[in-house]
Write a protein that binds this ligand. Structure first.
Ligand code: DC
Length: 227
């Protein structure tokens, strides 16, 4: 990947509940890199579709509307932001309604083409380097990333972490919803959730967040030293 001399591009992929966001933000902050949450972008386009009367069960309707919303991501890891048509979307993109619809919207190829282009232009513009987290970053969005990490964890550990984040949520229901969303994200035709052949897999089941952060920071530093 063509970047400034000390710039490093880190791709962090994996299913939900593996600590991807917390790890990516902390690693970026620690190493002075930018940070991009690509899931937030798919959530933002989903939120816009729901607000604008698009039938999200219709891939054709989704495809026709895909280029309409203007999504802007702020890449400071200590305070990432996201706006849609100038409106702050950081709260509404986390609702249950958006979470339950985002896999269907993000499976539409036209949506992926637009969001992938946006992600590539943000990564190319991040002069000091960037940590980009998602599902298809190492395989599709940034196949030439300097370092690719694939985070995993058991479904039980992931459900427990997700329930801890959402007040009053039921563990069994969270586990079911999470498994369903993973199956949709892994099973879609266009750039599914997948580990790149050259990604380093880190199983976080038995690790604390701090241990995962340290592990990834070490891997980035090793890459930088070797470069
Ligand atoms: O990381 P998250 O849970 O906020 O992501 C929300 C959804 O967005 C996820 O279910 C699948 C989709 N997504 C994707 O298809 N590709 C990405 N690079 C990131 C997220």
């Amino acid at each position: 990947m063509e970047t400034a001399s000390s710039a490093v591009i880190v791709a962090i992929d994996g299913p939900s509940g593996t600590g991807k966001s917390s790890t990516s933000k902390a690693v970026a902050a620690k190493l002075g890199l930018s940070y991009l949450d690509t899931g937030a972008q798919y959530r933002a386009i989903t939120w816009w579709m729901l607000n604008n009367g698009i039938d999200v069960t219709s891939p054709a309707e989704i495809a026709t509307a895909a280029a309409k919303p203007v999504i802007i991501s702020g890449t400071d890891p200590t305070g990432p932001t996201i706006t849609v048509d100038g409106e702050d979307a950081s709260g509404p993109i986390r609702t249950q309604e958006v979470t339950s619809k985002v896999s269907a919207v993000s499976a539409v190829p036209e949506v992926r083409t637009i969001i992938t282009e946006l992600q590539r232009s943000i990564a190319a513009g991040a002069e000091g380097g960037i940590v980009v987290e998602g599902r298809d970053i190492g395989t599709t969005v940034l196949p030439d990333a300097d370092l690719k990490i694939f985070l995993t964890a058991s479904p039980e550990a992931r459900a427990a972490r997700r329930s801890g984040e959402v007040k009053g949520s039921d563990l069994a229901a969270t586990r079911e919803a999470l498994i369903k969303r993973d199956a949709a994200d892994s099973g879609r035709k266009t750039s599914p959730l997948a580990k790149a052949d050259d990604a380093v897999e880190v199983d976080t089941t038995e690790l604390t967040l701090q241990q995962v952060i340290e592990c990834v920071v070490t891997l980035v530093e090793e890459k930088r030293t070797a470069a």
